[in-house]
Design a binder for this molecule. Structure first.
Ligand SMILES: [Fe+2]
Length: 205
């Protein structure tokens, strides 16, 4: 009974973000990034919902949302576009609690390191394959993960990552954020670690 966002066209121009589950295999695996501040699971709330939860949806709930939406391609596949200029993206649904985005990635397209402005998030690869880079603990350094079709990632409010398509074909992903994204900061990875370089808000999306 996870929230089931009703898809409504977004009037904003397309732009880029982070995204959905791959439905290629029945044995899809799920990987969850460390959430440093786990929170109790709030009661699921419909994305169309009238009621608003007092706490953000958890990464686990967001992961369920994108995974289940990926299993219903009839609700989003006809929206997918590809852009050679940058990642293409479209917001599929939004309410006070969370929002859902659809993103396509051509080979070589990437986000760069970024945070999510304090929002929790999840994404799943529906088609294709992506690669995710993040910084682990002091003994781990840079972590590089394959995120193939059917895989979902979920993360807490402090998470910073770089997502890229290093495969030879396009990828399509679904993403959910709670609360809805209010800002995103970008970072450069330098010898001493991540250095914040810029911040953008919804007006850039
Ligand atoms: Fe992201």
């Amino acid at each position: 009974m996870s929230p089931s966002p009703s898809i409504s066209p977004d009037t904003r121009p397309t732009d880029s973000t982070t995204p959905p589950t791959d439905r290629g295999t029945a044995t899809a695996t799920t990987d969850t990034a460390t959430d440093p501040t786990p929170t109790p699971e709030p009661p699921p709330t419909p994305a169309t919902g009238q009621a608003r939860t007092t706490a953000p949806l958890t990464p686990s709930t967001l992961r369920t949302i994108v995974r289940e939406l990926a299993e219903r391609p009839e609700e989003w596949i006809h929206h997918v576009r590809l852009s050679t200029e940058e990642r293409w993206y479209r917001r599929l649904a939004a309410d006070e609690d969370h929002e859902v985005w659809l993103i396509s990635w051509l080979p070589g397209q990437s986000t760069g390191f970024h945070d999510h402005g304090g929002s929790r998030g999840a994404f799943t690869v529906a088609l294709g394959e992506l690669e995710e880079l993040s910084l682990g603990g002091p003994d781990q350094g840079l972590l590089i993960r394959r995120v193939p079709a059917g895989t979902a990632r979920a993360f807490g409010p402090e998470y910073v990552h770089d997502v890229r398509n290093t495969a030879v074909g396009p990828a399509v992903t679904l993403h959910a954020y709670s609360p809805p994204l209010s800002s995103m900061a970008h970072y450069d990875l330098r010898a001493g670690g991540l250095v914040r370089t810029s911040e953008e808000g919804p007006e850039q999306w």
